[in-house]
Design a protein around this ligand. Structure first.
Ligand code: FDA
Length: 460
């Protein structure tokens, strides 16, 4: 692992702010093309929103972990780095908790709801698949429907499409609680379409066999650790960047500990909600100042519960459960590769997370485990290890999983979200097209930004 660097000032071709997957992918690409880089990371570790940790003897994925088959940039990088993947356990029946709070086992593809609700979910899925295919992930703001879809909330749009509350709650869950981790009234239908398009289709997002397909043996943070190890002493930990002084062809980037790097280009590989933590001299343009205030991270608590055995498997259950009205809206088997213990992971999103954080720690744990037990039975109440990932409390992230625009922001500002300002470039999963919000999108943005920076460096 790289170590903190002594206080100094020196020159590089490019300085990269942030040693998450995006910044490290950009740095790796630039180094491979013969450019010198320095990566400055605020935390005492690399990986950003990917973090594989030992908690009470259990190895847990505190942040991003799953890989889906469309995430070709991530899959190719895993191969390049020699990292192996394994499949999520998904044999047996799943559980659906409907509006009446009753848990029902089901084996088919569709939720066990009445026929009219199934038909309505299928119809809404078709509409969203159609919009995602037509609008796409690259430039949703450029589509003729952009303004119309961006000025209505996703919940408002769903209510316009259907009066079947169970159908709209289920469809809403996959994008609101499941991905953007904001209430469906807080973001637009266009933002929901972008989310679907970035994963290939809405159908892909609702297919847990697709979107939550594989995990990395040893943990997703290994991707960043491997890239950082190759970069060696060019990665500086405990180096929060505080200021960027820039002109048309030069930047001086200064971090804590007296470290200053003078470079020709800088890549800000941090989530957009953190840009304003850095002082820019001269200030960023008006448009960036405004745009960045309309991008915010959602809120989700990722729950980890480890048991001596994966007890649900003996009952013929996959460990997968969905319930739009439950405190824990989704639960999955998250057992580690070749681990005899059983691990469950659950997610508590947006307003439900607000409610949970109103409770004291013991009561929160009790309520959350009771919700998991509603899916999988009373044995879920007593895990050997219990842990809550709370990214909103992390100074250098402040939410999860990633950023999205507020109502109306995507069509108004989206076209400038990736536009550089002089020698300042922006790179992170939060502004990706394909792989938006995911590690794959972070890596794609890293490559894309490195290409743009290299082209400028070549121009001289
Ligand atoms: P990231 O946030 O990872 O890295 C940015 C880095 O910049 C951080 O290391 C930060 O410390 C640093 N930084 C910030 N400000 C700085 C400053 N001023 N100076 C220096 N450094 C600074 N994805 C996926 O593909 N599959 C999944 O299953 C999940 N699940 C998931 C669960 C949870 C709980 C979370 C939080 C996230 C996910 N994700 C995910 C999302 C995925 O983890 C995320 O999209 C990527 O990590 C984003 O990578 P970036 O490099 O863009 O930012």
């Amino acid at each position: 692992m790289p170590t903190p660097y002594p206080a100094s000032t020196y020159d590089r071709d490019v300085v990269i702010v942030g040693a998450g997957p995006s910044g490290l992918a950009a740095a790796r690409t630039l180094v491979a093309r013969g450019y010198s880089v320095a990566v400055l990371e605020a935390r005492d570790r690399v990986g950003g929103r990917t973090w594989t940790r030992e908690i009470d003897g259990a190895t847990l994925e505190i942040g991003g972990q799953w890989v889906s088959p469309d995430q070709s940039a991530l899959i190719a990088l895993l191969e390049e780095l020699g990292l192996k993947t394994f499949e999520r356990y998904r044999e047996g029946e799943s559980i659906y908790v409907g509006p009446d709070g009753v848990a029902i086992r089901y084996a088919a593809e569709n939720f066990p709801v009445d026929q009219s609700t199934t038909d309505e979910i299928d119809r809404l899925t078709d509409i969203l698949d159609g919009l995602a295919a037509e609008i796409g992930a690259s430039e949703p703001w450029a589509h003729p429907l952009a303004r119309e879809l961006d000025t209505i909330s996703f919940s408002g749009w769903l209510a316009q499409q259907s009066d079947n509350a169970e159908a709209t709650a289920n469809v809403g869950m996959f994008i609101a609680g499941g991905m953007l981790t904001k209430p469906a009234h807080a973001f637009s239908a266009l933002q929901a379409v972008l989310m679907a398009a970035s994963a290939g289709s809405f159908s892909n997002l609702v297919d847990d066999g697709f979107i939550l397909d594989k995990r990395v043996v040893g943990g997703m943070q290994k991707v960043s650790i491997a890239m950082a190890t190759d970069l060696g002493e060019d990665v500086h930990l405990n180096a929060p960047v505080r200021s960027v002084e820039w002109s048309a062809d030069r930047v001086v980037v200064s971090a804590d500990g007296g470290l200053s790097i003078s470079a020709r280009q800088v890549v800000l590989a941090v989530p957009p909600n953190l840009y304003s933590r850095i002082s820019f001299d001269p200030p960023l343009p008006r448009r960036q100042h405004q745009m960045h205030q309309h991008l915010s991270l959602g809120l989700v608590i990722k729950i980890h519960a480890v048991y001596d055995q994966p007890f649900w498997r003996d009952a013929g259950l996959s460990g997968t459960g969905f319930g739009a009205g439950e405190i824990v809206q989704e639960v999955y088997d998250n057992t580690n590769h070749e681990d005899s213990r059983g691990t469950l992971v659950g997610f508590v999103s947006d307003e439900k997370a607000d409610a949970m954080f109103e409770l004291d720690e013991d009561e929160r744990k009790r309520v959350i485990l009771a919700s998991i037990a509603n899916y999988l039975g009373p044995e879920a109440l007593n895990p050997a290890v219990y842990y809550e990932s709370d990214w909103a409390s992390e100074e250098w992230t402040r939410g999860a999983y990633a950023a999205s625009f507020d109502l109306g922001g995507l069509h108004r500002y989206g076209r400038d979200s990736r536009t550089p300002v002089g020698p300042i470039h922006f790179s992170c999963s939060d502004i990706a097209a394909e792989g938006y919000q995911h590690v794959d999108g972070a890596i794609r943005m890293g490559y894309r930004t490195a290409d743009a920076v290299a082209a400028l460096l070549e121009e001289g």
